[in-house]
Design a protein around this ligand. Structure first.
Ligand code: FES
Length: 187
């Protein structure tokens, strides 16, 4: 009487069949890994990340910011400019005639009393939403020394007020408060 041998996982007939089955297995596993690699970022992107959740308020340490320069921080996904204005920049912002402004607003209404060396702005051009240049002293800052939007040439002064269009409005100011002379909380 002949012995019977139980078939193994790869024992499906001829050696050719076994090779084909093995290839199917490899291709299937690769495809599954590919789907997984695509799906993970999609699924992950649907969840608010911890850093986004944490950014409902953003605290900014002002000590590293040099006079005459600014930094950009993220608050609720928006770029926020925090700039340490020089005495000359503050004076230029205060001395401007309201009649020269596209959207008239005194500098005193755009800074916090007692902290007028700091200007805090939402860094989004009011034309089409580009992020203007000007935080670094080496950036182009336009003719009014504030910020320059390269896409269509809007220019803002050292108070973030639009001085040359096409942007129709001043840069917006986010809600913020000074927690101390060296710390600002945005949001
Ligand atoms: S978005 Fe700034 S000038 Fe167009």
């Amino acid at each position: 009487m002949a012995d019977t041998v139980a078939p193994t996982a790869f024992d499906h007939g001829s050696p050719g069949d076994a090779r084909r089955d093995f290839l199917k297995l490899v291709v299937g596993a690769t495809a599954a890994a590919g789907v997984g690699a695509i799906a993970w970022p999609l699924v992950d992107s649907m969840n608010p990340s911890q850093d986004v959740l944490a950014l409902s308020a953003t605290e900014v340490d002002l000590t590293p910011i040099a006079e005459g320069s600014g930094i950009t921080v993220l608050w609720r996904g928006k770029p926020i400019f925090v700039r340490y204005r020089t005495a000359a920049e503050i004076k230029a912002a205060q001395d401007v005639q309201m009649s020269q402004l596209i959207e008239p607003q005194p500098d005193s209404q755009r800074v916090k009393s007692g902290h007028d060396k700091w200007i805090v702005l939402i860094g989004i051009c009011t034309h089409l939403g580009c992020v203007p240049l000007g935080n670094k002293p080496t950036d182009p800052r336009g003719d009014w020394g504030g910020w320059f939007c390269p896409c269509h040439g809007s220019q803002y002064d050292t108070s973030g007020r639009v001085r040359h269009g096409p942007a129709p409005l001043n840069l917006y100011i986010p809600p913020y408060a000074f927690e101390s002379d060296t710390k600002v909380k945005i949001g």
